[in-house]
Design a protein around this ligand. Structure first.
Ligand code: PMM
Length: 278
């Protein structure tokens, strides 16, 4: 591990207020259950909460805007009133605006402004931090876009495409200090692309922006841990691998880690912090 101590990442606890999210769909699908879950994650050591009302699971159908608003706004209002740092996980300008009005201070847009470009204006007109994730297409079509044949491979492509999004953010009036970049593990990426991006984080880091990474429970871990007959490891049995990645990615000096099991993530970061003390 590195000799110089470095700041540990923030832990972003995931609250999916959805019936169908990939890793925890349906478990906190009512606003009341989502608020309780959010408070549990904070007690376990989350620094901030990411509230989402649209599943981005491969093949998922999109909720109506009204449905998405109805899922997230009451949860954000209640948690933000307690002083919790809230991130809204949405691709929609209208949802981002309502979430900021309800007290969110971070807009986490998995499409990096591509799904609904008006979201960039909403962010520009606020003080919000903007998480700009690498994305190519909506979940139903994203697997058809998992091709990275250019000379720089997946890392070069993600780097270049994120920089295009940064240009769009600048054009909308969002300054660098409010931008966080995210490689978008699992979004239009096959397992080997995710591993290449993790190994190439330093190249993304060299862009000079804060980085957020979301690896928690994703299918590339299910593939890694598959049975000898090829059956992927089920989503709720990927926690040890997720925790291993928490330590490894934290050691790359990222700004934040998006995790479902905050207790495991916090244990990992406490261990890393103690390791640094020597
Ligand atoms: N992954 C998911 C949802 N939102 N946001 C960011 N910034 N980065 C991610 O990697 C990311 C995200 C999908 O995860 P889930 O449905 O398993 O929670």
């Amino acid at each position: 591990m590195t000799a110089e101590p470095f700041a540990l990442p923030l832990l972003m606890g995931v609250v999916n207020v959805t019936p169908d999210s990939f890793s925890d769909g349906g478990r906190w699908a009512t606003p009341e259950a989502a608020v309780v879950h959010g408070r549990d994650l904070l007690a376990e050591g989350a620094d901030l909460l990411d509230i989402g009302g649209e599943s981005t699971r491969p093949g998922a159908t999109r909720p109506l805007v009204e449905e998405e608003l109805g899922r997230v706004v009451p949860v954000i209002r209640e948690l933000a009133a307690d002083g919790v740092v809230v991130s809204i996980d949405t691709m929609r300008a209208e949802v981002a605006a309502a979430a900021l009005a309800a007290g969110a201070t971070i807009v986490n847009d998995v499409s990096g402004g591509l799904a609904d470009p008006r979201i960039l204006e909403v962010v520009a007109d606020s003080d919000a931090t903007y998480v700009c994730m690498h994305w190519r297409a909506h979940s139903a079509q994203m697997n058809a876009h998992a091709t990275y044949d250019g000379p720089g491979g997946v890392v070069g492509a993600v780097r270049a495409e994120l920089l295009e999004r940064v240009d769009a953010l600048h054009a909308a009036g969002v300054p660098d200090e409010r931008i966080v970049l995210d490689p978008g593990l699992g979004f239009a990426k096959r397992a080997e692309h995710n591993w290449a991006l993790l190994a190439g984080l330093a190249e993304l880091q060299s862009l000079g922006f804060r980085l957020l990474v979301g690896a928690s429970r994703k299918s590339f871990l299910g593939t890694l841990l598959a049975d000898p007959d090829g059956t992927p490891r089920p989503v709720d049995e990927r926690e040890h691998a997720t925790t291993a990645l928490t330590v490894l990615v934290a050691a790359q000096r990222v700004w934040g880690l998006r995790v479902h099991d905050v207790r495991a993530g916090r244990d990992a970061l406490r261990t890393l912090a103690r390791w640094q003390e020597g």
